[in-house]
Design a protein around this ligand. Structure first.
Ligand code: WTA
Length: 650
């Protein structure tokens, strides 16, 4: 099914799921929340959700396109996530139920345990010269030490950048160089589907290309031997030993908390900047109302990776600030068996589950029998994030995981927004499969047409945000012009999200996917240009163009059109080589699903690649895995349609 047909069916979706009276009665969000005044709402949440060393004196300042929030206060994010709970006598409450990928590998960390670990690492970091403002890179898998590393940085006021463990040495190096990181925290290896991922080896390659990195901290995870460079590399367990108190640095509200790099429409990822106070208030507030967290009763599981923004906001900072007990799982959903997730959910009595449509569709494909083997009766709320959820997946999630009793919150947001922006509120909102429904209280979202006019019920256009919000990005690191161009040049003083959307008669929003050259593969953002650059970097490639097609499991799949240098033949071996090359340059998540070898790419007279045409071809043709290798009909179609459009232009 093409995306367009998909969109029409989506919009015609008529099933409605009103909240149950039981849920509504106990919900953190009560109906009046939508009527609250913008300033009053964020003012109150700022004081309630977060503890301050010194209270803020001014709610916000807005000098488009930059906002500053909770001015005049002093606070520390790690203190809010740890000490606040320990000092309140909740040190024995569980912060993370951690489940390793190898079966039986489990750890339980209370808030007091986590504080102890963070203190030791922060003391170790100090010894290496890390202090307020020192940039630190983190390249780890899903181990409890990943949040520990983030929190140790936050405690010292050292901004971090977490790089997803699936990224290549080149991608890691690009980020370490851009942020000028002085320290990198990594681990020997990570577990993935019973094999090991050589994180330290990849880190070594990246550090060799990143002259600012002075020290590398290595956590022992698998225990296999890895090379250590004397003077530069330190074992975590040897460095993080000093348990004496390490005071949390009092930070200004607008001090940088972290950078998270994400794909834009050029080859170079953007460094999204998030600061301290507004970000923390934003993630804690949304987490409280949207996940309806009751901290002493709920077991919350966000099944994302800490390498993405979902992990930052809803595995680490939001849940910890709110004192949640979270499940953290190291491995993949189907290892060793396809019921691994449900086994984990049953073991810990998970009550709230937050995951992505792509994962739900995988489970759908595997069949409901895997979930049915386990007792999931404690689940009371489900969440979705990362891409539009198709109604079939929504319904499946509702029936087979949620037992038809759990509200589903389909949450729209971005790395840039830092926090969830459009979402149902459980207990209030009547949900519709496929709709993210309403802007969160204190969020001013709208849909604009090309002329910058707001589109009314039944209309479609571009999603925009008209007022600043606490967790909004504070810019792109060292790239002011790009910040303005990307988000603020389409409309005056209004944030352009890059997503298409429609609004229905009930003023509910339906998100339709990106309107730029950013693809969404399994909920991961990948730019077409990034993949093209990786392909043309291969010595046999003359030219490459990339487009996305619809995929039943991953949402979108990457299709590459490649022209090889003369004398080089397309072959299955070449196809594999190019895929591996992309994996090496960016990471396995960016591997094209299909590669079409074509003697030429369709271009306009001015030499521009006709991307829309490629998108159409990618979208509308049944592109098998290797069948299109040199499928003469595809190549013929490219040539033919290229010529046709050319003559239309004349
Ligand atoms: C898409 C992930 C529809 C969207 C938190 C956005 C969604 C991009 C949804 C951001 C949703 C995320 N419905 N689309 N519920 N959630 N998206 O930065 O295109 O990795 O712009 O942040 O994902 O991806 P990012």
């Amino acid at each position: 099914m093409t995306r367009e047909k998909d969109i029409d069916t989506l919009f015609l979706e008529e099933r409605r799921y009103p909240p149950s009276a039981e849920f509504a009665a106990q919900a953190n969000a009560q109906p009046g929340i939508y009527e609250e005044d913008f300033d009053a709402f964020w003012e109150r949440e700022g004081r309630e959700r977060v503890a301050w060393f010194e209270p803020f004196t001014k709610l916000y300042e807005w000098e488009p396109p930059y906002a500053r929030w909770y001015l005049g206060g002093k606070l520390n994010v790690a203190w809010n996530c740890l000490d606040k709970h320990v000092e309140a006598g909740r040190g024995d409450s569980v912060a993370y139920y951690w489940e390793g990928e190898p079966e039986g590998d489990r750890r339980e960390l209370t808030y007091a345990d986590l504080l102890a670990e963070v203190t030791k690492l922060a003391n170790g970091l100090k010894q290496l010269g890390v202090g307020k403002g020192t940039p630190v890179g983190i390249y780890m898998g899903m181990v409890p030490e990943a949040p520990v590393a983030m929190l140790a940085c936050a405690r010292l006021g050292a901004p971090h950048t977490v790089v997803f463990g699936g990224f290549s040495a080149d991608s890691l190096a690009g980020r370490l160089q851009d942020m000028e990181c002085e320290v990198l925290i990594t681990q020997d290896e990570a577990w993935r589907r019973g094999t090991t991922v050589p994180l330290k080896r990849t880190a070594d390659e990246a550090v060799a290309a990143s002259p600012t990195v002075q020290s590398v901290i290595v956590l022992r995870r698998t225990g296999n031997d890895v090379p250590m460079t004397a003077g530069r590399d330190h074992w975590w367990h040897e460095l993080a030993v000093d348990a004496s108190a390490c005071p949390a640095e009092p930070m200004d509200p607008e001090d940088l908390l972290y950078l998270l790099y994400t794909s834009g429409t050029t080859a170079k990822p953007k460094g999204i900047a998030h600061t301290t106070a507004g970000y923390l208030v934003g993630v804690a507030t949304t987490h409280h109302y949207i996940f309806d967290l009751k901290r002493d009763a709920d077991v919350y599981w966000c099944a994302a990776d800490v390498g993405w923004v979902t992990g930052h906001s809803y595995i680490v900072y939001g849940p910890l600030c709110n004192g949640a007990a979270s499940v953290m799982y190291e491995g993949t959903p189907d290892f060793p068996d396809k019921d691994r997730w449900w086994e984990v959910a049953e073991r810990y009595g998970v009550t709230i589950l937050y995951t992505a449509p792509t994962a739900i569709r995988s489970h759908m494909k595997w069949g409901p029998e895997h979930a049915a083997k386990h007792d999931l009766s404690k689940l009371r709320l489900l969440g979705s994030v990362g891409e539009p959820i198709n109604p079939e997946a929504w319904i499946w999630y509702h029936e087979h995981i949620g037992g038809e009793r759990c509200p589903i919150v389909d949450t729209w947001w971005q790395t840039e927004t830092g926090m969830i922006m459009i979402t149902p509120l459980p207990g209030i909102t009547t949900t519709k499969p496929g709709s993210a429904t309403k802007p969160f209280p204190g969020v001013d979202a709208a849909i604009y047409n090309d002329a910058g006019e707001e589109v009314g019920p039944g209309g479609g256009g571009y999603l925009v945000l008209r007022r600043p919000w606490p967790a909004m990005l504070r810019g792109l690191y060292k790239e002011h012009d790009r910040y303005v161009d990307t988000y603020w040049s389409r409309y005056d003083d209004v944030y352009f999200a890059g997503d298409g959307a429609r609004v229905d008669e009930d003023s509910d929003f339906w998100l339709l996917g990106r309107v730029d050259d950013v693809m969404n593969v399994s909920g991961h953002r990948i730019s077409t240009i990034e993949v093209e650059s990786a392909l043309v970097d291969h010595h046999d490639v003359a030219e490459a163009a990339v487009a996305a097609r619809h995929d039943g499991t991953t949402g979108q799949a990457i299709v590459a059109f490649v022209t090889l240098k003369s004398g080089i033949e397309g072959s299955v071996a070449m196809l594999e080589e190019l895929r591996d090359h992309v994996a090496k340059k960016i990471g396995p998540i960016a591997k094209p699903a299909n590669i079409v070898f074509t003697p030429e790419l369709p271009k306009t007279r001015s030499g521009k690649i006709m991307r829309r045409l490629l998108r159409d071809v990618a979208e509308n043709r049944p592109l098998g895995d290797t069948t299109t290798l040199a499928d003469p009909t595809v190549v013929e179609e490219l040539r033919h349609r290229g010529a046709e459009e050319q003559s239309n232009e004349d």
